[in-house]
Design a protein around this ligand. Structure first.
Ligand SMILES: [Zn+2]
Length: 184
């Protein structure tokens, strides 16, 4: 069914082509517009007849259908382009884990007017478990694997470091893009 629709569509394009050609011919030959149009109509009827009686060679039909298919695919692809994210948006989503002073941290970003700022900073054990601690603890023990860490955690310093690393990473990404503008 789809193929038949495509074939009909291909024929319509041929007819339109003939009409346009007729109009151009009438213009070139200085024939009046109506008679040019009439020539085009006659040619279209001729093509219709050839089409109905399958006198148009198969390869032409296949070619027309092929071209239409390519146009359709191209149109479909140009329509559903995924919106490209900015480097900043990508980093805000992906850069949420890092190491500071030998300790693993995980956090979220909050986009403030002063730039992205670290929130919900969590200390993570090597086994992946979130570590609970308070500033008076001598050491921190993982509730899952029981591994012990010395409590020299400085949350404030870690936050400032990750924010600074974010800015550096963003600069690097933006610089790469200006060097290579086609790669997105
Ligand atoms: Zn652990």
């Amino acid at each position: 069914m789809k193929k038949i629709i495509k074939a009909i569509f291909g024929f319509l394009l041929t007819v339109i082509g003939e009409v346009v050609a007729g109009i151009i011919l009438s213009y070139i030959n200085n024939v009046n517009f109506i008679s040019g149009f009439w020539i085009a109509i006659k040619a279209s009827v001729k093509y219709l007849w050839l089409f109905i009686t399958f006198k148009i060679p198969l390869w032409i039909m296949v070619m027309i259908i092929g071209i239409l298919y390519i146009i359709k695919e191209y149109w479909k692809r140009s329509k559903c382009k995924t919106p490209t994210k900015s480097n900043k948006e990508i980093l805000l989503e992906t850069y949420t884990e890092d190491i500071y002073d030998g300790m693993n941290y995980r956090w979220r970003w909050c986009n403030t007017s002063n730039g992205p700022s670290v929130v919900d900073l969590m200390l993570i054990c090597k086994c992946g478990c979130v570590l609970d601690y308070d500033m008076f603890d001598y050491d921190i023990q993982c509730p899952d694997c029981k591994k012990k860490y010395a409590n020299n955690v400085d949350e404030r310093a870690a936050e400032r470091t990750f924010e600074n690393r974010f800015r550096k990473k963003l600069k690097e990404l933006d610089a790469k893009e200006t060097l290579n503008p086609n790669k997105k």
